[in-house]
Design a protein around this ligand. Structure first.
Ligand code: FES
Length: 103
């Protein structure tokens, strides 16, 4: 079952940056790419729970600010030699409004 919630306007999220959405259990980082695509992943690096929302987006990836692991925003998986995975959530933009699916 899907559970879409509105996050806010796309314009409010800086390109290559993110906005954090708090849920009862954890935070979700909603990222905006240079091409205005949006991705949502749990705001916790699979390495040591670094805040991915503080990282820089490049392509469809984000680099963790703590130890520079690179995480795919599409799969939530660590790339390169590193292994691990964080949760990903569906995200969409409609009429400039960003929504994510908490399901
Ligand atoms: S916590 Fe993200 S790279 Fe270490």
């Amino acid at each position: 079952m899907s559970n879409w919630i509105e996050v806010g306007q796309l314009e409010e999220i800086p390109q290559q940056g993110s906005r954090v959405v708090k849920t009862n259990d954890f935070n979700i980082a909603v990222f905006r790419t240079v091409n205005d695509e949006v991705f949502a992943v749990k705001d916790a690096c699979p390495h040591k729970q670094g805040q991915l929302s503080q990282g820089i987006v490049h392509g469809k990836k984000v680099t963790c600010p703590l130890h520079n692991w690179t995480i795919s925003l599409e799969s939530g998986e660590a790339l390169g030699p590193d292994e691990g995975c964080t949760n990903v959530f569906m995200a969409k933009v409609e009429d400039g409004l960003v929504s994510i699916d908490l399901a």
